[in-house]
Write a protein that binds this ligand. Sequence first.
Ligand SMILES: Cc1ncc(COP(=O)(O)O)c(C=O)c1O
Length: 430
Amino acid sequence: MSVEILEKEIKPGTTILNVEEIREDFPILAETFSSSKGPDIPLIYLDNAATTQKPRNVLEAIKNYYSHENANVHRAIHKLGERATVAFEKSRSKIADFINAPSARQVVFTRGTTEAINLVVNGWGRKFIKAGDEILLSEMEHHSNLVPWQLLAKEKGAKLRFIPFSKSKGTLQIGNLEHFLTERTRIISVTHMSNVFGTINPVRGLIQKAREHGIPVMLDGAQSVPHLPTDVQELDCDFLAFSGHKMCGPTGIGILYAKEKYLEEMDPYQGGGEMISAVWLDKATWNDPPHKFEAGTPNIAGAIALGAAVDYLNSIGMEKITTYEQKLTTYALSSLQSIEDMKIYGMAPFRGGVISFNLGEIHPHDMAQFLDSQGIAVRAGHHCAQPVMRKLEIPATTRASFYLYNTFDEIDRLVISLLKAREFFGHGTR
Ligand SMILES: Cc1ncc(COP(=O)(O)O)c(C=O)c1O
């Protein structure tokens, strides 16, 4: 496809969401970069799998908290402390509703997905996993859902097993799950949506199968919760970890959802203030969940702002967001595929808006730098999934990832810039 044809092409309708109005909610999207060659270049932000931009109501929530509510939670007798506590706990309830958790007690504030997974590994895994036990992961995990388990397996003498992925499609070869389950399998922990391939894994079937064997399942929801309606009761997962910053919220706040049974039987991960019931010099007893897992002063502003992010996503509607992103992704895939020498990694039938690719021999870092010169922010690298890159026998990919504020025009700009890159690099430098 040539630049000229693309520029003239009629874009598909985008009536599902009023994206122009949505973009107004995100002040950063109006950023431009000065160019020596001509007018300022507008920002095209396509690095949403890394982190998303924040709407005004989230920015306002942070400002409002520090301007009108700032006090420590749960412990102060004064009115300001009560105000902060009410806002903090209200946010927990909103998040519980957002994922349809049976109770807000089951929503633990963490720093993000990484800390939520580490909490399960240390609080549950350390207590229940013994030498010779098996932990079933997949080959497509982010390092966050791999390295903590490696540490545990080493400490306990447990074994890690992996559901493989198909190199051609980037899908989990999950058909014969029984093959990976043994009497020693103690937990399954897999990503709901791959941050490399965009694949939405068939976790419902996996959970059902695990249920038959009485094995708990943790989902890494870092990439799925921001983009798909999530119902933990329908999914029937035992644990779900996700990050606020990938769903319009601030950095430094995330969630672990867990079934009551696990929250009761898990040990605390960190000790300190807030997580105790009573303390003696030589021992302590624990507060009830979720506080049992929230040692020290939490990220109060972050938690409240994540509640605001949930309000924002609800005001648009998660179904609409998913549908819009699906259309955008289908369009992006077909546009990218029309470029000569384009190699896309991951062609799952059910997928989200994450597209990893390489163009000819152009190194992904060179590509990302070139795209940056065009105002387009993408990610290049191993995406914290080095074993995935190893299996694909590549050092890295370029990754474009979308959210509700991205447009069909931005996809076109990406394609035009890729065509320019191809010309610029003479089809390759890798
Ligand atoms: C699939 C997946 N899991 C876990 C994480 C880690 O999230 P965080 O760095 O917010 O803890 C990421 C972040 O990119 C991710 O994409």
